[in-house]
Design a protein around this ligand. Structure first.
Ligand code: NCD
Ligand code: ZN
Length: 364
């Protein structure tokens, strides 16, 4: 499917016919790499774009101990291509039984850099998540003391709440009270999709920040139904109305330091997407930078792209910026439509389309 209809909405004024931009090597602060054959199939796309990545822990079973995180990190490292310097930054999956001492040990020993809060049942592999936020108050107290960031999947799990309202309801009912209970806790509101998220993050920065995906910048909820039902565009949080998409584009191009890349690249085999009950997740990793840079170009904000892609994230996490640069070029390119995994395949977001931007090269 072509997303050209939405790109056409954006200003054509800044579209020149050629041009390049070189920025510090960027990072992806929200990645699902999975494991096994899927890990080996998708990692090449991420390591071709990003120097580091925050690795989501929602495997089955989830990564809840420092030992499991170490083993998973080793599997990722050994799946890297020869010569790759991609650095996985591990996270801990919080459950009702999370133990403050284990969180602290993994953080102090440098095994993980953050913990992920999935409200129980909120998304793919979130069934072991937290059923009541108050249960993990001792864990959050400890993280606050350590300066260890909490990464939040911010959606209400109340089945009575309309799916398009779940982010806004979570912000009101869960995030704001949580921030009041833990006033020093650093939080990343992951994959922000609404005006409400942009507003709450902007007004609570710098202790609160947000990742924004490529797909939520270029699709809205109508795209999910363009000509029929589009399972490969279905993810959680689900894409919202056009006014929310426009707010996300304004947020990332505003120059505010509280927004950074998080592709939420979330591969699922085609048979899990084209199914009676389609799994949530978009495989956005293979075309992420091409999409982000296109959005900055369309918004006339290429001068602000480097901060969003490579500076704001490290600053929030207290990590150095990467050495080396990546060069992007306003020259059409195409990524494969799908990637083989075992006897199935994963459909690539914007795969097979002519993309106006391409990756020209990386200098270490
Ligand atoms: C993610 C996945 O598949 O693991 N799915 C998604 O729709 N984004 C989980 C998540 O980040 O919600
Ligand atoms: Zn995710």
């Amino acid at each position: 499917m072509s997303l050209d209809h939405l790109f056409d909405i954006a200003s054509a004024a800044s579209r020149a016919t050629n041009g390049t931009i070189s920025i510090r090597r960027p990072d992806d602060w929200h990645i699902h790499l999975r494991d096994g054959a899927m890990l080996r199939a998708v990692l090449p796309f991420t390591e071709a774009q990003f120097a580091r990545g925050i690795i989501m822990p929602n495997l089955v079973p989830p990564i809840t101990t420092a030992a499991e995180a170490t083993a998973y990190r080793d599997r990722i490292l050994s799946a890297r291509a020869p010569g790759s310097d991609f650095k996985p930054l591990m996270t801990c999956y919080l459950t009702d039984d999370a133990r403050p001492d284990e969180l602290e040990r993994g953080f102090v020993e440098g095994i993980w850099v953050a913990a992920k809060l999935y409200p129980a049942g909120a998304t793919t592999n979130a069934h072991s998540g937290v059923s009541d936020l108050k249960r993990i108050d001792p864990v959050l107290d400890r993280m606050e003391r350590l300066g260890m960031p909490l990464l939040v999947h911010g959606e209400s799990t109340d089945p009575q709440v309309d799916i398009f309202d779940r982010e806004a309801v979570f912000i009101e009912n869960a995030l704001i009270p949580l921030m009041a209970r833990h006033q020093g806790l650093k939080i990343v509101f992951e994959h922000a999709t609404t005006v409400e998220a942009v507003d709450v993050v902007s007004s609570h920065a710098p202790r609160l920040a947000a990742t924004i995906t490529p797909h939520h910048l270029v699709i809205n909820r109508t795209s999910l139904f363009q000509g029929g039902l589009r399972p490969h565009l279905y993810c959680l949080p689900v894409a919202k109305r056009e006014r929310h998409r426009l707010a996300l584009r304004r947020a990332i191009t505003s120059g505010a330091e509280c927004f950074f890349i998080g592709t939420d690249t979330a591969p699922h085999p085609r048979n899990r997407k084209q199914a009676d009950c389609c799994s949530a997740g978009v495989f956005a990793g293979a075309t992420a930078l091409q999409t982000y840079v296109q959005v900055f170009d369309e918004e006339g904000a290429l001068d602000r792209f480097e901060a969003f892609a490579a500076l704001n994230g490290p600053k929030f996490y207290g990590l150095p910026v990467n050495a080396g640069t990546i060069t992007l070029e306003r020259k059409p390119s195409r990524v494969a439509a799908a990637v083989a995994v075992d006897d199935d395949e994963v459909v690539v977001f914007r795969g097979g389309e002519s993309l106006p931007w391409s990756i020209a090269g990386i200098a270490p």
